[in-house]
Design a protein around this ligand. Structure first.
Ligand code: CA
Length: 230
């Protein structure tokens, strides 16, 4: 088993470090641990991990700074771990390039599922310039979206939003990241504009409770194109 994914865990609370590393090892991952920002920096460079689990509150600095540092070096998936349930922190971490955000306390099954999802190639659903998710198919060349082989008539903006989310499937994109990518600027009316577009898309997709869910709305944070349908 030399083919194990290597996960760097940066967490200063001993009981959480033990808990998380046991969880990951039980799932077949190789885990490297450190309790500090400086240790994280060092181990990141020397081990080149496949994924990083990063606690925000560390004794020798802010995990956000370490996240920034990692992003200057690599696009490795980063899951941020934090006791803070503040939405602002989630948004900051995601905007700095975190792939996911887990608030303590968290359930073991959910945590491992998020690790698995972050490790999957984000382009897994894409083949021959098509994105496929359940019955939803996006054809990037033709710029069309079909559900159950029926074409969904979207405006240019609506299509652009869906294409963008699909290209980052499995990752929450913050409101401001989506707005900058679609409109190129952020102003006070932008979030409202995005929400109106999303509401129209939802309507056109025929989203009803219990039906296949393609997009998750993380309230106050952003939107995510799911990687698999529930
Ligand atoms: Ca901590």
């Amino acid at each position: 088993m030399s083919n194990k994914y290597k996960i760097l865990l940066i967490e200063d609370e001993a009981n959480i470090q033990t808990f998380v590393s046991a969880l990951l090892e039980a799932d077949g991952y190789q885990v490297i641990c450190t309790q500090s920002c400086s240790g994280g920096k060092m181990l990141f460079s020397s081990h080149i991990p496949d994924l990083v689990v990063l606690d925000l509150g560390l004794p020798d600095g802010d995990g956000m700074d370490l996240l920034k540092h990692i992003r200057t070096l690599s696009a490795v998936p980063v899951i941020v771990l934090s006791a803070r349930s503040d939405e602002k922190d989630k948004v900051t971490a995601l905007d700095l390039g975190a792939n996911d955000y887990v608030t303590k306390p968290f359930g073991p099954a959910e945590f491992v599922a998020r690790v698995r999802s972050a490790l999957r190639n984000v382009r897994r659903n894409v083949e021959n310039s098509r994105f496929i998710l359940g019955n939803l198919v996006i054809d990037y060349d033709a710029r069309t979206i079909t559900i159950d082989d029926k074409e969904i008539k979207l405006t240019q903006t609506e299509y652009n939003i869906i294409a963008l989310l699909s290209q980052h499937s499995g990752k929450v994109m913050t409101y401001s990241a989506i707005i900058s990518a679609i409109w190129g600027y952020n102003d006070s009316g932008s979030i409202k504009k995005l929400q109106v577009n999303m509401a129209n898309i939802r309507k056109k997709f025929g989203a009803v409770p219990g039906k296949e869910s393609y997009i998750t709305n993380e309230l106050g944070v952003g939107y995510k194109m799911n990687e698999s349908v529930r």
